[in-house]
Write a protein that binds this ligand. Structure first.
Ligand SMILES: [Zn+2]
Length: 310
């Protein structure tokens, strides 16, 4: 796909009920085998087998140049060079993966996917990318399985396209300290973070919000609603980090309800939403269970497109 939009119109024309999901095989080209470097392919395979009717995979390769440009804007030159060359090793492996040339290709293609999905969401109401491993990445290094901060990339790209606020909603189990460090000084960007684990916590600046707790399922959904209510009505783009690692502490059924609430909340307010995968690991569930949880996100946004096109 190669659609590039100018500033999003105030009244959006929603003409598609097919949910576009960005992915290509280079998302999983890194040699290092781990959930974060492999699950995009598992989910893409299910989508290609028809797991979510009215969804379509789009190749974001036409956004690779823009991805490289934004990666160099968000991250330091030394860190980018380390990802490209493998040296120094301490930087090239700072997210916790061993390095090979595929690490950079993975990073560039999955970042291109987030940019493509952002453009699509602004046109069509919602879209996603099967990218993961984003929110712990800081300017000068990776961290916690996160290589490039695609959430900050999406927000930076969106600043050229939308008026109004850009809200990042992070429902991964862990705190998004990397993202916060990159966006906290930008008044146009609001960072809302609901966590069930204190890893990568931070002191939220301004209107940004971080909640951390050992929630019951009911209390968790109440927090979800509170976070949604913090999103301003003039939000021009919602960037949703749809982590599934609150499971198994939070049940899969509750996470499915969470996805439906986020997607419907945004659709009812006509707030364009771009989602990415974020955490979710096979050390606490089977691969099939993990894929099913992530497919729930895609299913929920697919349903939300149908509603917003009524
Ligand atoms: Zn996480």
């Amino acid at each position: 796909m190669s659609v590039i939009v100018a500033k999003a119109p105030k009244t959006k024309t929603k003409s598609s009920t097919t949910l576009k999901v960005a992915y290509n095989p280079k998302y999983t080209i890194a040699e290092y085998g781990f959930d974060t470097t492999r699950k995009a392919k598992w989910i893409a395979n299910e989508l290609q087998n028809g797991a979510v009717p009215n969804s379509a995979i789009v190749d974001p390769a036409s956004f690779i140049d823009r991805a490289k440009e934004l990666i160099r804007e968000i991250h330091s030159q030394d860190y980018v060079q380390a990802l490209i060359t493998g040296s120094p090793s301490i930087l090239a492996t700072s997210q916790g993966f061993s390095w090979d040339k595929g690490i950079w290709e993975m990073a560039v293609n999955s970042t291109a996917g987030i940019i493509a999905a952002t453009e699509l969401a602004l046109h069509e109401g919602a879209a996603g990318s099967l990218s993961s491993g984003l929110h712990h990445a800081h300017r000068d290094s990776g961290a916690g399985f996160c290589t490039i901060n695609g959430l900050a990339v999406a927000a930076t790209h969106a600043k050229t396209l939308v008026d109004g606020r850009i809200a990042i909603l992070d429902f991964d189990a862990h705190c998004g300290g990397g993202t916060h460090s990159l966006v906290k000084d930008d008044r146009q960007i609001l960072h809302l973070d609901l966590s069930t684990n204190g890893f990568d916590s931070y002191e939220p600046a301004g209107e940004n919000c971080l909640e951390i707790g050992n929630y019951s399922d009911d209390a968790y959904l109440e927090e979800v609603d509170e976070m949604l209510n913090r999103i301003p009505s003039d939000t021009g783009l919602l960037i949703y980090n749809a982590g599934m690692d609150p499971a198994p502490m939070i049940s899969g059924e509750t996470l499915q309800i969470r996805e439906q609430r986020v997607a419907m909340w945004a659709a009812e307010r006509q707030i364009p939403t771009v989602f990415v995968l974020a955490g979710g690991y096979t050390w606490s569930m089977s691969q099939e269970e993990l894929v099913e949880l992530h497919l729930n996100t895609i299913e929920a946004f697919n349903q939300s497109l149908l509603v917003s096109n009524r």
